[in-house]
Each structure stands twice: as structure tokens, then as C-alpha cells.
Ligand binder design. Structure first.
Ligand SMILES: Cc1ncc(COP(=O)(O)O)c(C=O)c1O
Length: 359
């Protein structure tokens, strides 16, 4: 068996102990004589799994009972639509911060539902900066404020989160549980699981319970948060395998010491990479220093030809997934929670050697 260093942006590397446990439990889950994917989502065994997944997630982020936690299909993309459908009332307006491609997708969906105020945009700086939270100016009476905490494509993040009067909503798909933050500042957060929380096919949303009741009746039943809260994540057949793996990943993080331990691990990994990038003008890191992501490290070389050579040679050396997003090109190393620290060291060793040959 060969395991590579997987720098993919998502679906992404999963913790090896999680994969091993899933393998061991695959054929006969908890003496049921079947796998977790083959059993009823309403039976006792899966009921315990999904409750443990939720409880672990609450513990990890410090989410109180004032919030509902629901698992849904449709990824973060469905949440881009559900947020305005549920929370942007007819005649109302919502504030959005335009930090990059994913914030852009959220804005596109919100505009279909109602009025959107783009209160800051990184477009002029090619989305390589993130606005300092303290400098944001919010619109009085906004229904909510939406941010993307970490832009996966540009590799920029909110260094710190704003305090808002209106409910604060965040797409945390690519940095959830990677750094400590005060959860109570948010009214709603959501994430696709496939970067820091598990496999693709599951999204998780935590929503303050009082907000869930605001959804207009004109919205289809499936797209109301309150539907998924009333029948806790079981309104339709959930991705049982995905929820099970989500639980294993959350357990793995808790065992290692939770978000504080993840942050330490991530700062160390990202530090190794950014130090290497800053050490020589051969490398051209993309993101503004103050907005650099701990999860997605992006850089360029002097030509696309050299970038392609770098990506190809890295792959031959067992380091895969380094190609930048197709919309921007360049190189991107995604180093989510499960990415092993040795992988960051291996990449920088390879970078030094590559520079010696091509610098
Ligand atoms: C920050 C962010 N938001 C949203 C999405 C879209 O997620 P999904 O494909 O789960 O709909 C992605 C996907 O990479 C992302 O990185």
C-alpha cells in the first residue's frame, strides 16, 4: 500500500486512523451483520451514530442548545441558497462581504431572493486581501451579515471575525475547526464536510433556533431550516456513510485535543510553508501577509511552464493535488486538519531542491 501526501483542496485527506477504523467496521457494523450504509437511517444503531456526530461537533466548537445542528445534502452550495431563502425577508436587504469566488457564489444566490449590499469587495486587489473586521461598515437594519471565513481558491482568510448587530452568518467550509473562535458571535455557520470534517456529500449547519422560524411559507418545505430541525436531519434519507465518517473525524479531533490542538498543528504546518515561500524571490506567494490562510497556501512561479513542471515533479515524488484552482492557476497546497505535519516538511525539502535545479 502506498499513501501519498494529498494537498487537494477538497475532497481532501482524511485522518489515517479514521480510514482504518472505517475499514475495520465496514462489513459488520456493531455486530449488525451489515455495513452502516445498508441499515435503516431510522434504526437504533444509526440513531446513536448521528446523535454522537452531532454531540461531538457541538463539543468541538462549543455550540449550546440555543442552536440547532443539522446535517443536510447539497454541500455548502445548497446553503448559499437556503440562507437567503430562510432569512432574507421580502423587502429586506442583507450585507455580504465579497472576499472571493465562494463569497461570490453566495452573493449570486442571495441576489435571486432579495436585495444584497456588498459592503466590501476584494475584487480590485484580485481577491488577495481580507478586510480587517474592525474596518467593515454594516448597513443599519440588514437582515444579516454574510462572510466566507476562508476563501479556498485565493488562500485568504478573515484574520479575525467582526462583531455585528445583525445576525452574523459564515460559510466556514474550508477552515471550520481549524482555529479557535467565539462561536457565540455567529447566528449561523455552515460547511461542506469534505475538507475538515469528513467526506463529500454532507453539509453541516448550526443555526440559532430563533432564526429558523423566520422562513416564509412560500419557500418549499425541503429548503426550510425548520423542516430539517423538526425531523432532526432525517427529513429525507441522509448520507449515512458520510455522517458516520463525520463522527469518526470529529472523535479524532477531540482525542487530539480539539480545536486548540488543531490550531497549533495548523500554525506549525502553515509556518513551515510560508517560511519557505518567504525565503527566496523564486517563490511568489499570492495572499496578503495579514490575510494568509492556514488551510490553503497559494503561490506562483515566474512562468506557467515552470509551475506545471513543479506540479508534475512533485507528483512523481508522491505529493499530489498541488495544482491551483482552474479559475486562477498557480500552485495551491491545501493543508487541512488531517494533513500530516511531515507532509509540509517533505514539500519544503522538495521546494529547496527544485529551486536549486531551476533557480
Ligand atoms: C469556502 C467554500 N464554500 C463553498 C464551497 C462549495 O462547496 P460544495 O461543493 O460542498 O457545495 C467550497 C468548495 O470548495 C468552498 O471551498
Amino acid at each position: 500500500m502506498r499513501r501519498v501526501y494529498n494537498f487537494a483542496a477538497g475532497p481532501a485527506v482524511l485522518p489515517l486512523p479514521v480510514l482504518e477504523k472505517a475499514r475495520d467496521e465496514l462489513l459488520d457494523f456493531q455486530s449488525s451483520g451489515m455495513s452502516v450504509m445498508e441499515m435503516s437511517h431510522r434504526g437504533g444503531i444509526f440513531d446513536t451514530v448521528i446523535k454522537q456526530a452531532e454531540a461531538g461537533f457541538r463539543k468541538l466548537l462549543g455550540i449550546s442548545e440555543s442552536y440547532a445542528v443539522v446535517f443536510m445534502p447539497g454541500g455548502a452550495s445548497q446553503q448559499f441558497a437556503m440562507v437567503p431563502l430562510n432569512l432574507l425577508p421580502p423587502g429586506g436587504a442583507a450585507d455580504y462581504v465579497d472576499t472571493g469566488s465562494w463569497a461570490g457564489r453566495a452573493i449570486e444566490e442571495a441576489k435571486i431572493v432579495g436585495k444584497v449590499n456588498i459592503i466590501w469587495s476584494g475584487r480590485d486587489g484580485k481577491y488577495m486581501a481580507a478586510r480587517k473586521a474592525a474596518e467593515l461598515r454594516f448597513t443599519p437594519d440588514a437582515a444579516y451579515v454574510h462572510i466566507c471565513s476562508n476563501e479556498t481558491i485565493g488562500g485568504v482568510r478573515f484574520p479575525e471575525f467582526p462583531e455585528t448587530e445583525a445576525p452574523l452568518i459564515a460559510d466556514m467550509s474550508s477552515d471550520i475547526a481549524s482555529r479557535e473562535f467565539d462561536f457565540n458571535r455567529f447566528a449561523l455557520i455552515y460547511a461542506g464536510a469534505q475538507k475538515n470534517l469528513g467526506p463529500p456529500g454532507v453539509a453541516v449547519t448550526a443555526i440559532r433556533r430563533d432564526l429558523a422560524g423566520r422562513c416564509p411559507d412560500a419557500v418549499n418545505v425541503f429548503f426550510r431550516y425548520r423542516t430539517h430541525i423538526a425531523e432532526p436531519s432525517l427529513y429525507n434519507t441522509p448520507n449515512t456513510w458520510g455522517v458516520y465518517l463525520f463522527k469518526l473525524v470529529v472523535d479524532w479531533m477531540l482525542e487530539l485535543g480539539g480545536v486548540a490542538a488543531m490550531q497549533k498543528r495548523n500554525e506549525a504546518k502553515a509556518g513551515i510553508l510560508y517560511d519557505a515561500l518567504d525565503a527566496s524571490p523564486f517563490w511568489k506567494p499570492c495572499a496578503d501577509k495579514e490575510a494568509r490562510s492556514l488551510m490553503n497556501v497559494t503561490w506562483r512561479l515566474s512562468s506557467e511552464k515552470l509551475e506545471n513542471q513543479f506540479i508534475k515533479e512533485a507528483e512523481a515524488a508522491g505529493m499530489v493535488g498541488l495544482k491551483g484552482h482552474r479559475s486562477v492557476g498557480g500552485i495551491r497546497a491545501s493543508i487541512y486538519n488531517a494533513f500530516p505535519p511531515e507532509g509540509a516538511k517533505a514539500l519544503t525539502d522538495f521546494m529547496r531542491e527544485f529551486e536549486q535545479r531551476n533557480g
